[in-house]
Design a protein around this ligand. Structure first.
Ligand SMILES: *Cc1c(COP(=O)(O)O)cnc(C)c1O
Length: 393
């Protein structure tokens, strides 16, 4: 059977395998920097593209290839490009597709560094950007300028859990001939596949749900069409933000349980979100699976589950939030997300602290906001940990 005919869970197991000489059941790690050519003509053919032989690991490598084939299959795209980190994918996209004088529109509460690198560094090369609330498609439409080239969204956004309507964005982009990019890190292709809604590019921090075990930093981007792949692949190679074979091997291993991990985590996440919502010391909870989420319906339409990320505001702002974080015993106080272990963090003083306070507040990242990534522990243990820590406030 071809991978494209397989169900999602079967793809997780079989879409990334390779035929090696010894019939290895798993993908071997080709831990080599370079590859031997059969002869001079073969070497030349590898470089000209007449042979698909391997050359050098920054350019291509069988282990990394296996992961890329699997990711393209999971996102239902043309091909994937694996990168050293999620930010490697972001920079490959910015560098590959924007030029001096171009303008980009993006989600205000996008992953902090995706915004910081654009506003601080790409601005030096004459690239303009507008960050706005993309949950309202009209905002995007109004911000389009003659030089706008790209719409770069993140949904659910980080850490406000706002949902952007994928199909609406595609509609606006097609009317205006713009490239659409979605950061799909919070959902993984198990819960949401933006290319199927017509997006041109989807990317991930593989570090999070895809690898899932908090032991790898990596990224990947997948394009819907050949044309953009043919621009982005050489850009990644020339930027030098390639993945490493061992990193790729670990991700392939982690991916096998993506569905199982996410099912367990999101089942617990809903129970935790409901618990927090009814707790007297909590101001509000943002979780796409709660009826109180302003975009509950949209989330249910475009995501096949509510995910494992929760944001909430503790009454008493920053101070109370700190007490909570200093008193959890099972949940780990750490940035990152999407692993088997439950993590808790405070965006205003941690992940989003490099953002100007004003921009942060405009993006809805209040001082008391706590971000919670639900792992696969027993939910009863997570609930009692939260209970005892909230009691300390
Ligand atoms: C972590 C993260 C990134 C950046 O990925 P790295 O692997 O840390 O470089 C981008 N977007 C989102 C939503 C993230 O959570």
């Amino acid at each position: 059977m071809e991978p494209k005919d397989l169900g999602f869970d079967s793809k997780l197991i079989h879409a990334g395998t390779i035929d090696d000489k010894f019939g290895s059941a798993t993908v071997p790690i080709y831990q080599t920097s370079t590859f031997k050519f059969k002869n001079a003509d073969h070497g030349a053919a590898c470089f000209s593209g007449d042979s698909d032989g391997y050359i050098y690991t920054r350019i291509n490598n069988p282990t990394i290839d296996a992961l890329e084939r699997q990711m393209a299959s999971l996102e239902n795209g043309y091909r994937a490009v694996a990168t050293s980190s999620g930010m490697g994918a972001v920079n490959t996209i910015y560098m590959g597709l924007l030029k001096q004088g171009d303008h980009m529109i993006s989600t205000a509460a996008v992953y902090g560094p995706s915004r910081v690198v654009m506003e601080k560094h790409y601005s030096k090369f004459g690239i303009e950007s507008t960050y706005l609330d993309t949950t309202n498609a009209e905002n995007i439409r109004k911000a389009i300028r003659p030089n706008t080239r790209m719409i770069f969204i993140e949904t659910p956004s980080n850490p406000t859990m706002d949902i952007t309507d994928l199909k609406e964005v595609v509609k606006i982009a097609r009317e205006n001939n713009l490239i659409t990019v979605a950061d799909n890190t919070f959902c993984s292709p198990y819960l949401q596949r933006p290319l199927e809604s017509g997006f041109d590019i989807v990317f991930h921090s593989i570090t999070k749900f895809l690898n899932g075990h908090a032991d790898v930093v990596g990224g990947v981007l997948v394009t819907r069409e050949k044309e953009l792949h043919d621009i982005l692949r050489p850009m990644m190679v020339n930027l030098g933000c390639n993945m490493d074979p061992h990193q790729a091997y670990l991700v392939i291993r982690g991916l096998k349980t993506l569905s199982l991990r996410l099912e367990k985590s999101q089942e617990s996440a809903l129970k935790i979100a409901q618990f927090l919502e009814s707790h007297p010391k909590i101001d509000w909870v943002r979780y796409p699976g709660l009826k109180s989420h302003p975009q509950f319906e949209l989330a249910a339409n475009q995501m096949s589950g509510s995910g494992a990320m929760i944001s909430f505001e503790v009454k008493g702002g920053l101070k109370a939030g700190k007490v909570l974080m200093d008193n959890v015993k099972l949940c780990i106080l750490a940035v990152s997300l999407g692993g088997v272990e439950t993590l808790i963090q405070h965006p205003a003083s941690m992940t989003h602290s490099k953002m100007a306070k004003n921009d942060r507040e405009n993006a809805g990242i209040t001082d008391g906001l706590v971000r919670f990534s639900v792992g696969i522990e027993n939910v009863e243990d997570l609930l009692s940990d939260l209970k005892q820590a909230l009691n300390k406030i």
